[in-house]
Write a protein that binds this ligand. Structure first.
Ligand code: BG6
Length: 490
């Protein structure tokens, strides 16, 4: 009756992931409008162990400058790696690796350039028809994020972003258009990328400029409430257009462990972990968890809701839980006492002395992925999908176009081993998409040289280069992983 699973399930969705704003480029082609991603300028002096200040807190001045053609700054996400013109070649390479699926996003600004139009832009819709058709040609299942850090800039500058209830209407109109248009081509959807990231970079996720909000926590949680309602309405639209469709939430999951067994460290860890799990708690269960009242009261947040919000959230929870996993970090209730332990393990975590880190200071913890999978499955009992995981590193092209990225293979191998452990533990995980399967522009640093891909793109941080695609050593390795359904990892 109770059989231990020993292999990845049949039909496991192996693949890769990207986002429109980081790959497509063609920012001013096909009627596309400016998105919030298009206003991040490149800072060549940014130290590796930090997120850019702009990523954490965009200012009015920076947004204004980005719209002024006389300002000579470089905006990498406008150029991506030109997937817009290379998609056929790129998808053929994904197919050569044997991808079963490709997680991608639709740029909202290709469909509704400003976000508040009543009618969609046909040229943008036609582009994604071509992309989905190309994927289908190779039997690659598209897994589509409706909004991945690329909301229309206009909705930020004119409406103040997601704090404004009107954003629900705009997003739902957009979601309705895409789920109906592609109902025969797309089965798996995600409503918002890393919805919990609005805690850390509210401009990208919510279009909120902090200068406008002395009480930023209020703005963040009000924006989150609007996204929860919008996500439920998008799920409804999706189910109505195709009852077979599956809609997932997507959170950024950073495993947090107490720095010590001090009960204060343990409590601090639980509180901090809720910064991520609060969002999936709501989207999976369809209601605010019991700890919400105290959590919001502690932050002095009072949510404005409308009649019907509660019901729609209850009626349309998500079907599956997807998450990104790159690293873990430790949590201390008294970080000021721990000299040298505080680094950019993001979100103010503490260095874990048992772990090594990437060149960008992201602590590598493959076993943490097994814990994450078990924790999420114990909590929700819903199918899980690992929508991002990977190593950002500098790659060197040697003579004969050889790129020996053994470090990336090591990272991926160790993580995939732990996914298998979780499968044996009994966790229902149905897919894995390695992040940045082709080199892309980094979200947090806007670099291309922080490379994640199996496919190298000959392009530097300033968009110079031929954009030629070159297969790395990991390309061949991953193809074998897929062919053997995760059995051969060496
Ligand atoms: C995730 C995002 O947080 O991490 C991606 O969903 C992002 O958009 C990825 O690219 C890796 O982060 P970075 O900053 O190295 O690009």
């Amino acid at each position: 009756m109770l059989n231990v699973k020993t292999t990845f399930p049949e039909g496991f969705l192996w693949g890769g992931a990207t986002a429109a704003n980081q790959v497509e480029g063609a920012w001013d082609i096909g009627g596309k409008g400016l998105s919030v991603a298009d206003v991040y300028s490149f800072d060549e002096n940014l130290p590796k162990d930090r997120w850019s200040d702009q990523w954490l807190m965009m200012t009015h001045n920076q947004v204004k400058e980005a719209q002024d053609p006389s300002v000579e700054k470089f905006y990498p996400k406008r150029h991506g790696v030109d997937f817009y013109h290379h998609y056929k070649e790129d998808i053929a390479l994904f197919a050569e690796m044997g991808f079963k699926c490709y997680r991608m996003s639709i740029a909202w600004t290709r469909i509704f350039p400003n976000g508040d139009e009543l009618e969609p832009n046909e040229e943008g819709l036609a582009f994604y028809d071509r992309v989905f058709d190309e994927l289908r040609k190779y039997n690659i299942e598209p897994i589509v994020t409706i909004s991945h850090y690329e909301m229309p800039l206009h909705l930020s500058t004119e409406y103040g972003g997601w704090v404004n209830r009107k954003l629900v209407e705009f997003y739902v109109r957009y979601a309705n258009v895409v789920v109906n248009r592609y109902k025969d081509k797309v089965k798996y959807w995600m409503t918002f990328n890393e919805i919990n990231s609005l805690n850390h970079h509210p401009f990208t996720s919510l279009g909120v400029v902090e200068e406008n909000h002395p009480h930023i926590e209020q703005a963040k949680y009000q924006g989150a409430h609007h996204q929860f309602v919008a996500s439920a309405l998008a799920t409804k639209a999706c189910k109505e257009s195709n009852p077979e469709a599956k809609v997932g939430c997507m959170i950024s999951y950073q495993l947090l462990v107490p720095y010590s067994c001090d009960p204060d460290d343990v409590q601090a860890t639980i509180q901090k972990q809720r910064n991520a799990l609060f969002f999936s708690d709501v989207q999976v269960r369809g209601y605010y968890p019991a700890y919400t009242a105290r959590m919001l009261a502690d932050k002095n947040v009072v949510l404005e809701t409308e009649p019907g919000d509660e019901q729609i959230m209850r009626d349309y929870p998500v079907d599956y839980v997807s998450f990104s996993y790159y690293m873990s970090s430790a949590v201390s209730a008294h970080p000021e006492k721990l000299e040298g332990a505080v680094g950019n393990v993001l979100i103010g975590g503490i260095k874990n002395p048992y772990l090594s880190a990437s060149e960008w200071g992201w602590q590598i913890d493959p076993k943490g992925l097994r814990t994450a999978l078990n924790q999420l499955y114990d909590r929700y009992q819903k199918p899980l999908f690992i929508s991002e995981n990977g190593l950002g590193a500098i790659d060197v092209v040697q003579e004969g176009d050889v790129i020996d990225d053994e470090y990336r293979i090591d990272y991926l191998r160790e993580h995939i081993k732990q996914i298998k452990e979780a499968v044996i533990d009994g966790v229902d995980v149905f897919g894995y998409t390695s992040w940045g399967c082709i080199d892309i522009v980094s979200a947090s640093t806007s670099q291309v040289t922080k490379r994640y891909g199996f496919i190298y793109v000959d392009q530097d941080d300033m968009n110079k280069g031929t954009k030629r695609r070159v297969k790395k050593k990991s390309f061949h390795w991953y193809r074998n992983v897929i062919t053997t359904n995760g059995e051969e990892l060496e």
